[in-house]
Design a protein around this ligand. Structure first.
Ligand code: NAP
Length: 403
């Protein structure tokens, strides 16, 4: 992952930089700011640029990144509304607008803060400005954008705040922080947790675009796992997720696909294991998972909606092709823009749950049996070429008997 970091000389930015430099999956970090971090590391390059409102002279350096961690920001204390808005809203949105143009495939993560007013209409000025900033960022055409709303951040590993008031507060409260973390878990996090959470979200996504303090702590509580099949959803623009006629949400084509064509690579967030279970409080659900070769893997948005019960069809227009470490959604017949992509859940499965089917296909069987070998024989024969290599290997004997 190639990371662009703004605000690396500040307290939050130093914490994020530290985690990036430790993370083996981070290939390089470009820090952009008006001052240097004072750090040296083989992965780190620094670009000192006085006027971040004018990025034109350094635009060439800002393209091709996978993630931007925007930790630049100021406290509103002692600032006029106008000056605070200029750094918080005007500068952030101006920088992000340039990045969305230069690196539209990137994931953009912004640090706002607990209490941010998402309506942008409330009475607290700083919260309103942060809320408007978040909303403007979420409208930009990044692959994904996430708003981090940490509460009180405890600086670790010798990191210091540039804001004198905050630094004084940290010094005074330091002896109490372990206790506060236990008694007020919703209100305290650390620079380490914020950095790790950013890396995890950049790599694996998050259930929603706004992450409050508790979610940040949760996501940052352990180092980020290395998962080779994790991908960004750069191809995401070829499909979209919206309400399905069948049930719930579905994945819809945004352009035509001809039979046999790969629609998109399916993105895996991580393997679900007893040590890394689903985080249900963060919206991860069993029906967001796929079950290849005896494993349970959590799929990323939008692919998780393919595997949701709403997208089954008894006459599917697509199927999942497993190939080495990756899997792809492939058109089984020609698909037009606006068509929902559907798979038959009875492929590559045995011993699964049966439930009533409302797919609406002319040949709907009325139930999903949850077992390839319980499908009618003619359907088994029809689906035989679509079976994954690992399924064929596991059930070679039974498949050999297929007439
Ligand atoms: N600290 C917390 O507990 C906490 C909690 C929740 C949210 N946040 C938010 O996190 C963000 C970062 O906070 P922090 O504690 O890291 O602040 P900080 O220690 O004061 O660092 C601020 C960073 O922003 C840069 N910066 C500020 N104004 C700039 C400008 N006009 N042009 C270019 N760079 C500018 C600073 O660069 P220089 O080094 O050049 O000054 C520095 O890198 C803020 O938006 C803050 O509201 C912080």
């Amino acid at each position: 992952m190639r990371v662009l970091l703004f605000g690396a000389s500040g307290m939050v930015g130093q914490g994020v930089l530290r985690e990036c430099l430790f993370d083996p999956d981070v290939e390089s970090v470009l820090s952009v700011g008006r001052s240097t971090t004072g750090q040296r590391h083989e992965k780190l390059r620094e670009l000192v640029h006085r006027d971040l409102f004018d990025l034109a002279p350094i635009e060439r350096d800002l393209a091709g990144f996978d993630a931007c961690f925007y930790c630049l920001g100021v406290s509103s204390v002692g600032m006029t509304d106008e000056a605070y808005r200029r750094v918080t809203f005007d500068l952030t949105v101006a920088v992000a607008g340039v990045l969305a143009r230069l690196s539209p495939g990137m994931t953009f993560i912004y640090v706002s803060g607990m209490g941010t007013d998402g309506t942008g209409q409330g009475r607290v000025a700083w919260a309103r400005v942060k809320g408007k900033t978040e909303n403007a960022l979420l409208r930009l055409p990044f692959t994904a954008a996430y708003m981090f709303r940490p509460a009180f951040i405890q600086p670790l590993h010798g990191i210091r705040s540039k804001t004198r008031l905050y630094q004084a507060l940290y010094t005074i409260t330091r002896p109490l922080l372990p206790l506060l973390r236990v008694t007020l878990p919703h209100f305290v996090t650390t620079t380490e947790e914020v950095g790790r959470a950013m890396l995890r979200v950049a790599r694996h996504g998050a259930p929603g675009p706004v992450l409050e303090n508790e979610a940040i702590r949760h996501l940052g509580s352990s180092p980020v796992e290395r998962i080779p099949e994790t991908l960004s959803i750069r191809e995401g623009d070829v499909v979209t997720v919206s309400r399905s006629e069948i049930e719930g949400l579905g994945v819809f084509a945004r352009r035509p696909f001809s039979a046999g064509q790969r629609i998109r690579r399916i993105t895996v967030v991580r393997q679900v294991t007893p040590e890394a279970p689903l985080l249900e409080d963060l919206g991860e659900r069993a029906d967001h998972c796929d079950y290849p070769d005896g494993k349970v893997v959590l799929l990323r948005f939008p692919d998780r909606h393919l595997n949701h019960s709403c997208n089954h069809s008894c006459d599917p227009n697509a199927y999942v092709l497993y190939e080495a470490d990756y899997c792809y959604l492939v058109a089984r017949r020609d698909i037009c823009p606006g068509d929902e992509t559907t798979c038959d859940y009875n492929i590559n499965i045995t011993g699964g749950t049966a439930w009533a089917c409302h797919c609406g296909a002319a040949r709907c069987r009325g139930t999903t049996v949850g077992d390839f070998f319980r499908l009618p024989l003619d359907i088994q024969r029809e689906y035989r070429p679509l079976l994954a290599e690992w399924f064929v290997r596991r059930h070679a004997e039974r498949l050999a008997q297929l007439p």
